[in-house]
Design a protein around this ligand. Structure first.
Ligand SMILES: C[S@@+](CC[C@H](N)C(=O)[O-])C[C@H]1O[C@@H](n2cnc3c(N)ncnc32)[C@H](O)[C@@H]1O
Length: 225
């Protein structure tokens, strides 16, 4: 007997249609501020790259030509369709693939580099996602990250971020959290931090709960599984 749901399209693992339309607009409008950080994030990359949670594909235009191929994983349908359009305009070959960070649909040790930008805030299980990133990188491969997280000043903003994460923020912004600590998570996942910088985004003006960013590089250690 077929189940009652047979024949209906399956719901995506990540389903945030309203947020997707909102993000598609504000992310493009924010490129004047975020674009230079994307350049820095991707500068000097080469070989095969996997990008996790590629959204509407705004990173694609920033990859250097030394990158031979990008596999861009995006679970949300609306954003994935926009990423496919961005891939067609990209100067480096980009293959947009459905999937989630916690179960990457690719072989182990198949990539020279992995990219996470503004995505560890939204994945359901950060340790599992980073374990997957580690699995698919070759030993010595690079993880490039540009993530927002908890304030490094503590105090009132830290309390506000925790409160928002428990209440409205994830519901309003597609599962995003503002009080996570991406660098601690990357270290705990067994990556070696190479270099990083803390950034306020935007650099001037009011501080928002998602203004506290880190941009950097870590490596999968060589000689480990
Ligand atoms: C704020 S957007 C960032 C998009 C893009 N990386 C960028 O830099 O503009 C967060 C992205 O994470 C994706 N995402 C959410 N949960 C995910 C998961 N479990 N695995 C992979 N991507 C996920 C969302 O669909 C969305 O595209």
């Amino acid at each position: 007997m077929p189940k009652p749901s047979a024949g209906r399209p399956r719901r995506d693992a990540v389903h945030h249609p309203l947020f997707a339309r909102f993000y598609a607009r504000i992310s493009v409008a924010g490129e004047g501020t975020i674009g230079p950080h994307r350049d820095e994030l991707l500068s000097g990359l080469s070989g095969r790259v996997i990008e996790i949670g590629a959204g509407n594909g705004l990173n694609f235009a920033h990859y250097p030509r030394t990158v031979s191929e990008v596999v861009a994983i995006e679970p949300e349908r609306t954003l994935r369709q926009l990423a496919v359009s961005a891939a067609m305009r990209s100067e480096v070959p980009v293959d947009v693939v459905p999937g989630v960070a916690e179960a990457l649909p690719v072989k182990s040790e198949a990539f020279d580099a992995a990219v996470v930008s503004l995505v560890l805030c939204s994945v359901r299980e950060v340790p599992r996602a980073l374990a997957e990133v580690r699995r698919v990188l070759r030993p010595g491969g690079e993880l490039r990250f540009f993530e927002h997280g908890r304030t490094w000043h503590g105090g009132r903003m830290a309390a506000v971020q925790r409160g928002l994460d428990r209440t409205v923020w994830p519901r309003l912004f597609g599962g995003c959290h503002v009080s996570r600590d991406p660098m601690a998570a990357i270290s705990e996942a067994g990556f070696e931090l190479a270099s990083y910088q803390r950034l306020l985004v935007p650099e001037h003006g009011p501080r928002w709960p998602d203004s506290f960013c880190v941009l950097g590089t870590a490596h999968r250690p060589t000689g480990t599984d």
